[in-house]
Design a protein around this ligand. Sequence first.
Ligand SMILES: O=C(O)CCC(=O)C(=O)O
Length: 278
Amino acid sequence: MFNEQQKQFFEQNGYVIAEQLFNSEEVEFYLDYYMKLRDHEKVRRDDRFPTATSSDPLVQYPRLMMMHRWDDTTLHWLLDPRINQCMTTLLDREPYAVQTMFYFKPPQARGQALHQDNYYLRVQPGTCIAAWMALDDCEIDNGCLQVVPGSHTWPTLCTIKADTTQSFTDVTVPVPDDYTATPVLMRAGDVLFFNGSLVHGSFPNQTTDRFRRSLIGHYIEGDSEKVARAYHPVLRMDGSTVEVASSEKGGLCGVWVTQDGQPVLEVSGYEVVEKATE
Ligand SMILES: O=C(O)CCC(=O)C(=O)O
């Protein structure tokens, strides 16, 4: 599914798109499926974000979390052979699956501030990897993702407060001016694979009439020894459970310092992660 050039792009930049990995009938199916699933009695809605007012569109359409634990359709998507093949090519071995999420991102919804997924999953050694499937075409206007190419080589950064007028999450990571976040434009059915240390986030949905829906799986490298407790049980790609230890709640994190006029990272901070959800 990925050729050598795409694999190299992933290694250098920390992300790569598998274009049209899912076809339009599948996209239609998943859109319809998750619009209905949001009313299911078992669904876990992430309505814990602290900064919402009652008119916030995300109150009506909060992201759904960990549906694969009780919903077979989501579990099958998480373990889909196409996703497995893409990731096995990128990682040189099968990953383990740990998380699913669905974002509705309705019109006028805030985006998500720049962050690194492994801040939350705390995979050790190594990192996590995401499969992010677009179910609507994604542009800046309706809140596409943005990534900082090459930032997957950075350590987990210490966080700072986010601008919650633009982001529904309240922490972000500092990115020096020398680095630029790039919008990731995608078509429905494309899947973006990205390294768990890659700094990424998403724009607000500025449209008045377009959703920006996505189905997301998080995986860990198959030789990982630990992942945060909230991500257990850990699954092999055949659906069986594998024993992996739980990582500690806190960890060292990187801060930017200036050396010879250049920003460099120094791992001298320590942070405790209470919310293990992203
Ligand atoms: O879909 C979005 O708006 C953001 C998703 C994201 O940042 C993530 O899955 O970690």
